[in-house]
Design a protein around this ligand. Structure first.
Ligand SMILES: *Cc1c(COP(=O)(O)O)cnc(C)c1O
Length: 715
């Protein structure tokens, strides 16, 4: 902790505060979150929940008061005890279930990880999934290390112009404000790895992020020794052109494997989270050949120990590069693989229409023994989409399975819900939350208690939205219409629909505006008002997505909706927490079957926010008939315009005839009994099945453990 050397010494009773602040395990565990919340609540809020920043800024008097506060000290002691237990992982699920695999580990490669908002190295769902996977692996004691990128400028902050055009603002991360430290090799020296790139060598710093038992190792090329353009390579997530992208992927895959070696970590299994990291395979084949294997033996061994998860049914979402571009940048990477260069390049060859290219997903598919999609429906779509990989093999026989995504419960459940669960499911509900039987306890929660928590969560959301609008008004001096668009006129008692996701065509953010007058009537009904809160970023290079955002923003500015359509800018983990917990309904209307899974709806459902969704992705498995609604236009496969029109009709009908009337059907005490039945069913059916716990156990039992239990055939 020498980065803290310049801080005033902490009282001896609080000496481990920096240690707790710099292990992001705290962010996923309520006892630990409460330590910082309680230490200085105002600072906690002002720093957007960043304990590292808090420790730099906190007044000595507050620290002194905390050191003398017995209740605080008890909380602090309990959090540290839990952290120590999490790190030791003694008696964990993994240790008990797989004692014979002790000492082995899994490397999980991902281009983004969303662990906490203070570490902005994620763009969206892919990163959140990776972050939740790591947190849950830690809770289960699974020996996993994550490998990714440390982007010094991260992903952008979103600002929206008066006309609704997205502006990307990049900020340089202040390293001392984040829970990140240099990774040290076995010799105690700072770990730096060298990656051949084209005709030169690029150095990458290795950083370490702690998440309890799980460590993340992140690469960053911003070193003095590198040329200025190479220093920029890792600057931003998804910020550059194709050339930048292929170089980033070489650094992630090849540099990542080399970094693990330098750190003395020898994973038994490599999990590629999306195709971005597939160059892992190149370095591993090369290492095996160096150790004496033939190309075929090396490839066979790698197939046995590689797990690949694919995430998108949208063809353009799969990285492909011209062979010329790939060869140019791989020039220095071949080494002993040189004689097999054509065979390696053939592993990536795929014609997605428009000629053969080097396709990262094709490379991953041909190199992984276990390939999975992220929902049952996405599995089928993937088998169809990549039919060219398995000529003559019928769809059901193609080797792509599925592990449906899940969300990390203790990260996403609201504190007030947690209290309610503790009371009715038992204090240790979190320990066995993937047991469906446990959740029958939800039925015993009195309506009054459940409704009071739901209303409270909606109020927190409105406080949050209002404070943001106030900031835009007082700090940025935005004009009045934009203060309204930011949500100032929202009604804290009205039915609130949430829609937060990346702006991309297939997600159809404007579907609900298909018939503006009909929507305006629905929102402005005097005694049963409704309102919609939008949030989401468009990919910085996606002008089509930015136009979608702009059209939504213009609706938020349009007086016909009475200030009942709001846009909350700069969607990130922090905003997501308030939205998924505080809305009443979570809307999801992609053009089926283009949403591979979706996870925001799961986060909402476990907080008692029923899902109103197209039957796509996880909802095709999650909908039971009584835990939300499925929007059925009934025209799948027709031209887009016809499908969209039919889906919009179905959405209006559900809102007018089901959602709004149920929400406002109150008894003499003002309690919406029928609505609360939905809230309960939503929690009861989603929490056990769509949790990261169920997901990680499935990965371990079906993918990791079988790969680890076999004899190694190649050195
Ligand atoms: C959960 C989450 C996502 C992914 O949500 P989808 O439903 O898959 O669109 C994206 N961004 C943030 C910040 C999230 O928390």
């Amino acid at each position: 902790m020498d980065r803290y050397a310049s801080l005033p010494p902490f009282h001896e009773r609080l000496q481990r505060l920096p240690e707790l602040a710099t292990d992001l395990w705290w962010s996923a565990h309520r006892d630990a979150r409460n330590v910082f919340r309680r230490l200085d609540y105002s600072l906690w809020r002002r720093t957007a929940h960043n304990p590292v920043l808090m420790l730099w800024r906190i007044a000595p008097a507050r620290l002194a008061a905390a050191a003398a506060d017995n209740a605080f000290l008890a909380l602090y002691a309990r959090a540290l005890e839990r952290l120590d237990n999490a790190r030791a992982a003694k008696g964990s699920w993994w240790a008990v279930r797989f004692p014979q695999l002790a000492g082995q580990s899994i490397a999980y490669f991902s281009a983004e990880f969303a662990v906490h908002q203070s570490l902005p190295i994620y763009a969206g769902g892919l990163g959140v999934l990776a972050g939740d996977h790591c947190k849950e692996a830690g809770d289960l004691g699974v020996p996993l290390v994550g490998v990714g990128f440390m982007y010094p400028q991260g992903y952008f902050h979103q600002q929206v112009s008066p006309d609704g055009w997205q502006q990307e603002v990049y900020e340089h991360l202040n390293w001392s404000d984040a829970a990140i430290e240099p990774a040290l090799g076995p010799d105690g020296q700072r770990c730096v790895t060298a990656v051949p790139l084209g005709d030169r060598t690029v150095l990458a710093n290795v950083w370490q992020v702690r998440i309890g038992r799980v460590q993340l190792y992140l690469l960053d090329t911003d070193l003095d020794e590198n040329a200025p353009w190479d220093r920029e390579l890792s600057a931003r997530l998804y910020g550059g052109d194709r050339e930048t992208r292929v170089q980033q992927e070489i650094i992630l895959g090849i540099g990542g494997v080399r970094a693990l070696k330098a750190l003395g970590i020898k994973p038994a299994v490599f999990h590629l989270n999306e195709g971005h990291a597939a160059f892992v395979v190149l370095q591993r084949i090369r290492d095996a050949i160096e150790a004496g294997a033939t190309f075929d033996a090396a490839l066979a061994e790698i197939q046995q120990t590689t797990v690949f998860t694919t995430h998108t049914p949208v063809p353009a979402g799969h990285d492909a590069f011209s062979f010329q571009m790939v060869e140019k940048h791989l020039e220095g990477c071949w080494g002993t693989l040189g004689p097999y260069r054509d065979r390696f390049l053939a592993l990536g060859a795929y014609d997605n229409g428009g000629g053969s290219q080097f396709n990262m997903t094709a490379l991953a598919i041909r190199s992984a023994g276990a390939i999975n999609a992220v929902s049952a429906l996405h599995g089928k779509v993937t088998r169809e989409m990549w039919n060219g990989m398995w000529p003559g093999v019928s769809e059901p026989d193609r080797p792509v399975g599925f592990v449906t995504n899940g969300v990390h419960l203790s990260t996403w459940v609201a504190a007030d819900m947690d209290d309610l669960f503790a009371q009715y499911l038992g204090r240790d509900w979190l320990q066995h939350h993937d047991d469906p039987g446990l959740w029958d306890g939800i039925l015993a929660i009195p309506d009054e208690a459940l409704w009071s928590v739901r209303e409270g969560l909606r109020r927190y959301l409105f406080t949050f939205v209002r404070e943001r609008a106030r900031d835009r008004w007082t700090v940025e001096r935005v004009g009045t219409p934009r203060v309204v668009a930011a949500g100032t006129l929202l009604d804290p008692n009205a039915l609130t629909i949430g829609f937060a996701r990346r702006f991309a065509g297939y997600k159809r953010s404007e579907l609900i505006f298909t018939d503006p007058e009909r929507l305006a009537r629905l929102l402005n009904t005097y005694d049963r008002p409704a309102q919609i809160i939008f949030a989401g970023k468009a990919h910085p290079a996606d002008d089509v997505g930015k136009h979608h955002l702009q059209r939504v923003y213009r609706r938020a500015l349009d007086p016909i909706f009475g200030g009942r359509v709001a846009f909350v800018d700069d969607y990130d983990l922090h905003v997501a927490h308030f939205l998924v917990q505080g809305c009443d309904v979570w809307l999801n209307n992609p053009r089926k079957p283009l949403e591979a899974s979706g996870t925001s709806g799961m986060k909402a459902a476990i907080n008692g926010v029923p899902h109103l969704s197209i039957g796509d992705g996880w909802w095709a498995e999650g909908f039971t008939g009584t835990n939300g609604w499925t929007i059925e236009g009934g025209l799948t496969g027709a031209p887009d315009e016809a499908v969209d029109a039919a889906d919009a009709q179905a959405l209006y009908t559900l809102l007018e005839q089901e959602v709004v009337p149920t929400f406002y059907d109150r008894d003499a005490q003002g309690i919406p009994r029928r609505w609360l039945a939905l809230v309960r069913e939503s929690i009861r059916t989603v929490a056990p099945r769509f949790s990261a716990r169920r997901m990680v156990k499935e990965y371990v039992e079906k993918k990791y453990a079988p790969a680890m239990s076999r004899p190694v055939t190649v050195p």
